[in-house]
Design a protein around this ligand. Sequence first.
Ligand code: QUE
Length: 334
Amino acid sequence: MTSEFVRITTDGRLGRILLDRPAALNALDLGMIRALQVALDGFAARPRVHAVAIAGAGGRAFCAGGDIRAIRAHAMAGEMNAVRDFFAEEYTLNAAIAACPVPYIALIDGICMGGGIGVSVHGDIRVATEAATFAMPETAIGFFPDIGASYFLPRLPGALGFYLGLTGSRVVGADAVHAGLATHFVPREGLAALEADLARDGATAIATHAAPLPPFTLAPHRDAIDRCFGGGSVPAILAALEAEGTEWARATLTTLRAMSPASLLWSHRLITEGAARSLRACLDAELALSLRVTRHADFAEGVRAMVVDKDRKPAWVHPRVEDVPGEEIDGLFA
Ligand code: QUE
């Protein structure tokens, strides 16, 4: 199984994967996911491959996500087997990356969102440059943070995972290291030398290339994030932000109020439940939820507004969090 959008090579001790679909910001379609799985399996069987490195082509993105437009089309046509195939194979790939027998190294230089985080964060080493931006923006399209996010988000420091997963906020490369999404900060200008040393020496070469970490730009808001987003429910988070009374809290409220209200509720519940689950159990829960949420009108509408028509004016089924019937969320988890 190969894909015209995935380049597989070996370079010294390094098995290399290049996501090469720059016109779509290297977003993953099912063919790419299958090619990545075959590449991983192939590298694992080659004793001379001491590490695997994955990068994105084109200079703008590592990987902007998954082929959400195709998933919307399948779901709207009732082709739920196609929806299942995509998510089941994507999540199995995420688990395979976590279980990769040699160091798996993601070189993240540019946009890394959703499915792009899924093919990086589960690896041992995640290198971020100053041009890297990370986000889990799914509540903006009426979906939820998937690709194992219900495993890693509740394990980030304090309530950062709830903040990132519910607001979809973007963080830059150095901030991703502070938050635990990435492990090393390497300036873009040093990436080529790092790759050459990885090919020569294997994964230990990372130690000589990591640069001092710039300050955490979220540091001024860390206490407020924990205070507000540790609230235990979406209404509690909204109330805590109202009570904060700061410019940051007002801006964060505006962000949350633009997201699918139902999506905030099902995402919050999934992330909360993920704190007590293994990665595989999180991925299984995400697969079950994906098959239900992709049939919710907010998903079709969110992808329409943000990805298809790009008017950025979604008309959600329920205008406010307070309007979403509890049974509607319970039913998705039953
Ligand atoms: C929120 C999202 C996604 C998004 C935009 C959002 C998402 C996703 C894409 C995307 C990126 C590049 C593409 C593409 C879709 O956009 O998950 O077709 O080429 O995959 O506001 O969650």
